[in-house]
Design a protein around this ligand. Structure first.
Ligand SMILES: Nc1nc2c(c(=O)[nH]1)N[C@H]1C(S)=C(S)[C@@H](COP(=O)(O)O)O[C@H]1N2
Ligand SMILES: [Mo]
Length: 272
């Protein structure tokens, strides 16, 4: 890694590596179970409880030491990995997604709805025309791997300013194109979803990314649009975005824990 990296946040450089080292050690202690991670639901209770205790540690570190506005570390071009790993869904199997993909995403639109004054939808061309932010960051997956990539996109805060969230809006829910388990018994779909609070939604580095490493976002990494939530673990970074909803509470969505992996036992706040 380069020595030219810039620590932009108020976080001490030593603290984040210590946190990550602790999480890695915790994950290593559960051995092969950690390999299941995000690709396959882990039924192992100890894995989930180790994850929970590591993340609770991290949540308090964020609030007390750095504050929610602090930036995640940004890296230099020399640090960018030759290949950014894909994980979880790599190509959604869903027919509606395939139709959009075959059309080069010309007919794709991001819907922004829920508790907003001006519900809207944006084509890829419209998102490209908005002010952009480029950032080189490290993606950390709970499985124990990391990858540094260069992301370009529009800040979510910009889109939120256009749609004007109502005072009652407390969370942003990301709805994705990919079904995880097929239709479930209760009749709900199983499409990937995620949610964050407004601190993360308006965070400087929360970007709706349409480019990875100077190329259009590959399908493996969430084409045509995925969100970057740089202060949290990989599963928060929803790929294949279709719709963004402003809500007061997410308890009525699916199991009610705020995300696909959260509904399967992961922490909602996955700070790093
Ligand atoms: N829609 C969707 N988003 C997703 C996932 C997924 O399976 N589907 N996997 C998550 C997990 S666990 C990780 S680590 C990252 C992987 O992003 P990448 O494929 O760009 O590496 O995406 C996250 N977002
Ligand atoms: Mo992950």
């Amino acid at each position: 890694m380069s020595t030219t990296r810039i620590i932009k946040s108020g976080r001490t450089p030593s603290r984040a590596p210590n946190r990550r080292t602790a999480l890695r050690a915790a994950l290593a202690s559960v051995g092969a179970v950690s390999l299941a991670g995000c690709d396959q639901l882990s039924q192992n209770e100890s894995f989930v409880s180790v994850l929970k205790s590591a993340q609770n540690l991290s949540h308090s570190a964020h609030g007390v030491v750095a504050g929610r506005k602090a930036l995640a570390q940004e890296f230099s071009q020399a640090d960018v990995a030759a290949h950014f790993k894909g994980n979880g869904t790599l190509v959604p199997a869903d027919a509606d997604y395939h139709a959009l993909m075959q059309g080069g995403f010309k007919d794709w639109k991001l819907e922004v709805a829920g508790l907003v004054e001006n519900p809207a939808s944006f084509s890829l061309a419209e998102l490209h025309a908005m002010p952009s932010r480029t950032q080189i960051t490290r993606h950390d997956c709970v499985e124990g791997w990391s990858s540094i990539g260069k992301w370009k996109g529009v800040q979510l805060s910009h889109v939120l300013e256009l749609v004007k969230p109502l005072a009652s809006a407390k969370y942003v829910v990301f709805r994705c194109a990919d079904s995880m388990d097929g239709p479930s018994l209760d009749g709900h779909d199983s499409k990937y979803y995620e949610s964050v609070d407004l601190d993360d939604a308006y965070h400087t580095q929360t970007v709706l990314a349409y480019e990875l490493n100077d190329q259009p976002l590959p399908v493996n990494n969430g084409a045509p649009l995925r969100v970057r939530i740089e202060r949290q673990l990989g599963y928060k970074h929803a790929k294949y975005l279709m719709r963004i909803e402003l809500v007061e509470s997410f308890t009525a969505i699916r199991v009610g824990k705020g995300g696909y992996w959260e509904d399967n036992g992961y922490e909602w706040y996955a700070g790093i």
